[in-house]
Design a protein around this ligand. Structure first.
Ligand code: MEV
Length: 313
């Protein structure tokens, strides 16, 4: 085979980010409007990689690509193929470092494209173990939720170390996402929570437990289609995440805008400290207006979409 393609969509965390690192349950949904694509092509000798900010030998990649490099080497090892004769091109519409799962999606796309290039079947388990290599470089101590959500076509129920469960939602959801435009450093946000865990253990543990309970309640609301309850739980999650120290003025501002526009609930999504927020709208026209209002109020980008009951892609 001369050329092969692999792709993966972004992800959004509905409830439970940060608490997931401490073993609490979380709910994530696919974000089908943005995706990462990897194209593998046969070339004579070298192992090359190209993306928006680098074009050259895989051996000499900048720090930012070291995770993906380790993932590619391991994938070729698993495939029992030589580390040469390939040109891997990465394209992504997932804004990088905004809590939308770009690092996981890029790694998923790369692994899929390599397996497809060599016409090998890829199990979910092997995919996750290879992507985990890249995620460890990106986040330090990832719970695994990003790679599971970016490879699922359904909302998922996630708890570290346990089997991921797809969730059947009771009613179509209208989701709005807005990007503050500032890079959110997930690694730093995770370490802020870790520091607070040591400095303010009682308060921090309480928030983490509370975020776990919110996920449990949100799961019920999601399955029964009770969007009003789900919205309130999303608001509550934002309060707890702010307590943990991972929100900031830019996110809070967009969360307020969404609430003024009538959101059922709004919160930061992903690592925080920059990055994106998510809101639940009552219907598609409100979602559209909310996205417009968020853009007017300074969001770098805003999206809205329907998360359907059964089929999303
Ligand atoms: C990042 O999308 C989610 C965090 O909970 C980190 C993790 O679970 O790996 C902040």
């Amino acid at each position: 085979q001369k050329i092969a393609i692999g792709s993966a969509h972004g992800k959004l965390i509905l409830t439970g980010e940060h608490a997931a690192v401490y073993g609490m349950p979380a709910i994530a949904i696919p974000f089908p409007l943005v995706k990462a694509v990897s194209t593998v092509e046969k070339i004579p000798d070298e192992l090359m990689i190209s993306c928006e900010y680098y074009d050259g030998s895989l051996d000499q990649v900048p720090d930012k690509l070291k995770g993906i490099r380790a993932c590619i080497y391991e994938t070729l090892k698993v495939l029992n193929k030589p580390q040469k004769g390939l040109w891997i091109r990465l394209n992504t519409s997932i804004p990088i470092g905004r809590g939308l799962g770009s690092s996981a999606a890029i790694a998923i796309a790369v692994v899929k494209s390599l397996f497809s290039f060599y016409r090998q079947t890829l199990s979910h388990k092997v995919l996750m173990s290879l992507v985990h290599i890249a995620e460890t470089f990106a986040h330090g101590n990832p719970s695994g939720i990003d790679m599971e959500a970016a490879s699922s076509h359904f909302p998922i129920w996630f708890q570290k170390g346990e089997r991921v469960k797809p969730l059947q939602i009771g009613r179509t959801l209208f989701i709005v996402v807005a990007d503050t435009g500032r890079i959110g450093d997930t690694r730093r946000a995770v370490s802020i929570v870790k520091e607070n865990y040591q400095l303010k253990p009682v308060m921090t543990k309480k928030s983490i437990r509370q975020l776990g309970s919110i996920s449990l309640e949100a799961k019920k609301a999601l399955i029964t289609g009770n969007v009003d309850v789900l919205g309130s739980l999303i608001d509550l999650a934002h309060t707890e995440l702010s307590q943990l120290g991972v929100s900031d003025k830019g996110i809070d501002k967009l969360v307020d805008v969404a609430r003024k526009e009538g959101a059922l609930g709004a919160k930061l999504t992903g690592g925080g400290k920059g990055g994106c927020m998510i809101a639940l709208a009552q219907n598609l026209s409100q979602a559209k207006e909310m996205a417009n209002a968020l853009m007017k109020e300074g969001a770098r980008n805003a999206w809205y979409f329907k998360l359907k009951r059964d089929k999303n892609f």
